[in-house]
Ligand binder design. Structure first.
Ligand SMILES: Nc1ncnc2c1ncn2[C@@H]1O[C@H](COP(=O)(O)OP(=O)(O)OP(=O)(O)O)[C@@H](O)[C@H]1O
Ligand SMILES: [Mg+2]
Length: 435
């Protein structure tokens, strides 16, 4: 017979192993570190310029960061900060190397969502975040999934639950309840909201005292921050149901959106959400805050099936919100019905030589038209191999892998990212500037 204590004992054993793997993987301080990038990568894969042009520029302008030369090597290796410095200061054929970013607008928010488990959400979120940072964007990723795959692969392991999306939700409940309780009531306001009381068990957690920045954690990439998750945040689904009961007028689904509205417009360029494989309070918050909905799906028939039910259920859930929290609702600045600037489907783990996969891609295109991303992400051993070191394909040193496998994997993510970027830049036009 096995009870909860046996499960707890098994978990304790497993945590020891987790610690051991991390010690083998990260630097001795247990901190994830980011490698340097070779001049070949910086020129051809990051700036997309000729290698000799790049070397020529470095030689002609001694003030530019010069990178480091390894003992036995000829190539120069650049840190991310040096790459960003070069990007700001170099022009090629009078063209700036900075990525497009409309002035006076907040960061563009994209949710990577599908309730199908293993669809490739976290892999896509991780690789898009790294590709965007290498492209010169400042990125925030939000891990909405208590499995915390994304947090772990970004090197965050000791996360306390109040610093997760759960903390943001509970803090929002407190702030919103106080706001509603303080609102004018009676005949002249036209609203007769009852006073709502929150129990000490929620008030005494001190969440109302947390500042906006307390939730933002830095990562091994200086231009990527994360709002991490942790296993303990799994109770957020139960807790949120209780919170709604305590204050039925609380627009629970807008908590993260409201939180993000408090960030300065230029703090980040892109905000990427990794969603859990379920439609619940966390994924509804992600979807509601998103300008762009990106739906990864595996290339098999059953995955197509699940993706179809996912959009059906999401549509129903969003319709329910509109019906339940209609225009007359005093929810502050929450616009309903929720409208996305764009919705895209992205096939992952795609094998170009597999007839079934090709047929499924055709089927996706027939049904969803140009909502289907042009270039699927290929199935590649590079994901498995770099994942073993809790890394992305961008982070792993290409000398640690068959060069062709690495190059092909990277090209696949690069192409999918380029399309994602195009979608985001176009969607930015539809995001209203705050005055
Ligand atoms: N392009 C790819 N090539 C090879 N393996 C891949 C690829 N994309 C994802 N995988 C593997 O598939 C598995 C599931 O991927 P991932 O964790 O990204 O899915 P997910 O949708 O986030 O899952 P969950 O629903 O559990 O959060 C992982 O083991 C990952 O390494
Ligand atoms: Mg995941």
């Amino acid at each position: 017979m096995y009870t909860h204590s046996d499960l707890a004992a098994l978990q304790a054993q497993s945590l020891k192993m987790q610690g051991w793997i991390r010690r083998q993987t990260f630097s001795p301080e247990l901190e994830k570190t980011l490698r340097r990038f070779s001049s070949w990568e910086v020129a051809e894969l990051v700036f997309r310029i000729n290698q000799s042009t790049f070397r020529g520029r470095l030689a002609a302008e001694p003030g530019l960061p010069a990178g480091e030369v390894e003992e036995d090597g000829r190539q120069r290796w650049f840190s991310l900060d040096e790459i960003n410095d070069l990007r700001r200061r170099m022009k090629v054929n009078r063209r700036s190397l900075m990525p497009p970013r409309p002035k006076g607008k907040r960061a563009l928010r994209a949710a990577i969502a599908n309730f199908k488990g293993g669809a490739g959400k976290s892999t896509v979120a991780l690789h898009f975040a790294h590709a965007a940072a290498l492209d010169g964007y400042r990125v925030l990723v939000v891990d909405f999934d208590p499995q915390a795959t994304l947090s772990h692969s970004m090197g965050l392991t000791d996360v306390s639950e109040e610093h997760t999306v759960w903390g943001i939700l509970a803090r929002d409940l407190i702030n919103e309840t106080d706001r509603m309780n303080a609102a004018p009531r009676g005949a002249e306001s036209g609203a007769a909201l009852p006073q709502r009381r929150l129990p000490a068990s929620i008030r005494d957690l001190g969440l109302a005292e947390l500042r906006v920045n307390d939730f933002l954690k830095s990562t091994a990439w200086s231009t990527i921050d994360i709002i991490p998750s942790c296993a303990n945040a799994a109770f957020v689904e139960f807790a949120s149901a209780q919170y709604r009961h305590l204050n039925p007028e609380w627009s629970f689904f807008a908590a993260v959106s409201r939180y993000l509205d408090h960030l300065p417009d230029d703090a980040y360029d892109l905000i990427i959400f990794d969603c859990p494989p379920a439609i619940g309070y966390q994924s509804m918050n992600a979807v509601f805050a998103a300008d762009v909905l990106y739906i990864p799906s595996g290339p098999g028939y059953w995955e197509y099936d699940s993706t179809t039910s996912f959009i059906g259920q999401l549509s129903e859930a969003l319709e329910d919100l509109s019906a339940g929290f209609g225009e007359t609702f005093p929810a502050g600045k929450v616009a309903l019905p929720k409208a996305f600037a764009d919705v895209k489907f992205l096939l992952t783990r795609f094998e170009p030589a597999n007839d079934l996969h090709k047929a499924m891609l055709e089927a996706f295109r027939k049904v969803f038209g140009d909502r289907v991303s042009e270039s699927p992400i290929e199935m590649t051993r590079a994901v498995e191999q770099s994942g073993r070191f809790l890394c992305s394909v961008y982070e792993i040193d290409y000398r640690d892998m068959t060069r062709e496998t690495w190059r092909r994997a990277r090209a696949s993510f690069d192409t999918a990212y380029a399309e994602f970027k195009e979608v985001c830049v176009a969607a930015w036009d539809k995001v209203e500037a705050r005055s």
